[in-house]
Design a protein around this ligand. Structure first.
Ligand SMILES: [Zn+2]
Length: 376
């Protein structure tokens, strides 16, 4: 996918140099950089969203096209830009080139896309695993990483040499969790998957297309994998064992079908919060009044996130449109009583009170991810 031929690299450098010369010529005539590009107005439906200084705590932006920085500036948006390692996916196989892409995106967004690192869990049985991993994380922290992602390969893919599935509370990871806590960083825990991953295929499920495209991640086809309950119990266990570690459960903490499941964890674990990434439709699908009451009661424990993903090969125009459309749909759903449409169904918005919106879209992110407001 990435061309390492030096001639192609030299050619692209020359083209980039020519382009930036032409750009400077325009910029000097028309003033500052941001005004030199054709200005796109803020979507009027998003003006109240922008006024919240919103924070999206879950994106994967691996392009450094300046239009993302422009959109983020118009929306007055900051975001947590997350690295993931999954050896089953060619793009996510290793920390590089993702980490380099995330650092470039931080620069091109003027620091709005904030660095969340990860580590490879695969070598957990190798001697020196914890020391090496902590060493890498400390270098990333020094370079501005404010959080560390752990991924569902714990519990659903990785095995010990003896053939057992490795859970997120495996003692091999404990020194790493302790180091993250001692540096006052946060863990983003994408552990387990939606219930639909363990259920027969159902074309009306929000995840139907995903498991069709990723059959290797579909637990229903792998009855030998641990149950979802066992995986979530291991997640709860490491959260409990590390009361000084902030853990944000990605994707509603994989408790997407019933907010009561989340509430039970919140009551037990004060160091646990959840993000809404890629699961807002699941909030739409649950009883309106129950979800509204949950978000008001636990207004300090839910952080807004989307899971918007832009790999280097993705079409930038389409991605920008998807970003705008996602923020607009989510904002209408949380902030107003208007209906939003999802997979052919209409759902009434939650019309949450303004102070609750401010918590979910801004304050909680600042609390659960210290450093997210700092610009590097
Ligand atoms: Zn994600």
């Amino acid at each position: 996918m990435r061309n390492h031929d030096w001639r192609a690299t030299a050619k692209s450098w020359i083209l980039a140099a020519l382009a930036s010369t032409a750009f400077l010529a325009v910029a000097t005539r028309t003033g500052p950089r941001s005004e030199a590009r054709p200005a796109t107005a803020l979507d009027p439906a998003l003006s109240a969203f922008a006024a919240m200084a919103p924070i999206d705590t879950h994106i994967h932006l691996y392009q450094d096209d300046p239009r993302f920085g422009d959109l983020m500036q118009r929306l007055n948006l900051r975001a947590l830009n997350i690295c993931v390692i999954d050896d089953r996916d060619p793009f996510y196989k290793g920390l590089e080139p993702q980490r380099g892409d995330v650092l470039k995106a931080r620069r091109s967004t003027g620091g709005r896309a904030v660095f969340c690192t990860t580590f490879s869990p695969y070598g957990f049985e190798a001697p020196g695993f914890a020391e090496r991993t902590i060493h890498q994380l400390e270098a990333d922290f020094a370079n501005g990483a404010i959080a560390v992602k752990i991924y569902k390969v714990m519990g659903m893919e990785m095995k010990t040499k003896a053939g057992n599935y490795v859970m997120p509370d495996d003692p091999a990871f404990e020194p790493v969790y302790q180091a993250i806590a001692s540096h006052n960083r946060t863990v983003v825990a994408h552990i387990a998957e939606p219930d639909s991953c363990w259920a027969p295929a159902n074309s009306s499920s929000p995840d139907y297309q995903y498991y069709k495209a990723h059959p290797g991640e579909y637990a229903f086809a792998h009855p030998e994998w641990p149950s979802k309950a066992a995986i979530l119990a291991a997640r709860d266990h490491f959260v409990e064992e590390n009361p000084n570690l902030r853990v944000v459960g990605a994707h509603l903490g994989s408790m997407e079908v019933d907010v009561d499941q989340i509430a039970r964890r919140f009551d037990r674990h004060p160091n646990f919060a959840v993000d809404t990434a890629a699961r807002v439709p699941y909030l739409m699908m649950q009883p309106h009044d129950k979800v509204r009451a949950f978000l008001i009661k636990y207004q300090d424990r839910v952080v807004y996130g989307t899971d918007l993903e832009v790999q280097p090969s993705y079409n930038t125009e389409n991605a920008l449109k998807e970003w705008n459309d996602t923020y607009r749909r989510d904002w209408i759903f949380f902030s107003s009583g208007r209906t939003v449409e999802y997979l052919g169904h209409k759902y009434q918005g939650l019309s949450l009170p303004a102070p609750v919106l401010r918590e979910i879209f801004h304050e909680n992110a600042a609390h659960w991810f210290p450093g997210i407001l700092d610009t590097r």
